[in-house]
Ligand binder design. Structure first.
Ligand code: NAD
Length: 286
């Protein structure tokens, strides 16, 4: 049987959840967005207002009336029963904390209809870390977006061994329907495709500079000229922001911890946190 989705609920309206909700609504789906408090819902409204501007700037054909109608069309609620009650697909984008996610799926399992498919946007947890709490192992998988979904439009689709292939296919089709390029993983992999490539690449760049082998600008220049890529590792790190790579390296082995210490001492402690702070490895106009 072909599975199709019409009503989509997004849980968590932070950085990614707000973007996923907006992108889904922009492509004509019936979207409900859930968060835990009035403050969080007020922040969601602000984020949607910001996204109307970003889409007008970046997306061909996204005019004021279409983007404002998109924002206005998203139902916001802090009632999980309302959010889950009629959803065909629920996309979860709550904080990257295992206990929060497990607790939420435990509640959802009881509130959502049996047919509802659950998808997690988790960046670092595996769906199999959560599957036992979903009450629907065959209808659960990861659907992982990249920040700024309207521009950087990959959607990595990754199931567990228990995910029904028909559910996997339906989520791939959904990703296409909301303007994403679906990237299908055949089995679970921490970091999916993108971060499995990107994190070691960025760490190798940091190791070259931290080891005193070459300046960050020279590392970037090498990569750009020799491969034709538009950006080197330090340009990418500045866009990502230095805090996340610092946290990832701090959780690693002794070599990684040394790289974390180098980032902290030379950049983070000096307020050089990346492009968003005006300076990282490079300086930016605020
Ligand atoms: P965020 O902190 O910006 O947003 C999290 C939202 O969840 C907040 O609005 C918060 O109020 C809400 N929340 C907290 N507890 C909740 C609960 N019990 N139920 C529902 N909502 C709850 O986080 P984010 O950066 O949007 O990340 C969310 C998820 O998306 C994480 O799993 C993260 O790994 C993943 N992700 C993030 C990025 C990124 O670049 N930020 C990229 C891809 C994937």
């Amino acid at each position: 049987m072909t599975i199709t989705f019409r009503k989509v609920t997004v849980l968590g309206t932070g950085v990614l959840g707000s973007q996923i909700a907006f992108q889904t609504a922009y492509h004509g789906f019936d979207v409900t967005a859930y968060d835990i408090s009035d403050e969080a819902l007020a922040a969601a409204r602000e984020r949607f207002a910001g996204l109307t501007k970003a889409y007008q700037r970046d997306v061909a054909g996204a005019d004021a009336s279409k983007t404002e109608a998109t924002a206005a069309g998203i139902t916001l609620t802090d009632d999980l029963a309302v959010a889950a009650g009629e959803a065909d697909l629920i996309i979860e984008a709550v904080p990257e904390v295992l206990s929060i996610k497990r607790d939420l799926y435990g509640k959802l399992a009881a509130l959502a209809p049996e047919r509802t498919v659950f998808a997690t946007n988790s960046s670092t947890l595996l769906p199999s870390d959560i599957v036992d709490f979903t009450g629907r192992a065959d209808r659960f998988l990861a659907l992982h977006f990249a920040n700024q979904v309207w521009k950087f439009n990959t959607a990595e689709v990754m199931g567990t061994e228990q995910t029904d292939p028909a559910v996997f296919t339906a989520v791939v089709e959904f990703a296409k329907a909301i303007g994403m390029v679906p990237i299908e993983l055949h089995k679970e992999k921490a970091g999916y495709v993108l971060n499995s490539l990107l994190v070691p690449f960025l760490n190798s760049g940091i190791a070259l500079a931290a080891g005193g082998y070459a300046e960050p600008a020279a590392v970037d220049e090498t990569w750009r000229i020799a491969t034709g890529a538009p950006m080197g590792p330090f340009q990418i790190l500045d866009i990502v922001g230095l805090t996340t790579p610092y946290n990832i390296l701090s959780n690693g082995d002794d070599e990684h911890k040394k790289l974390a210490a180098w980032l902290k001492q030379n950049y983070i402690d000096k307020g050089k946190l990346g492009a968003g702070s005006g300076e990282g490895f490079y300086r930016y106009d605020k």
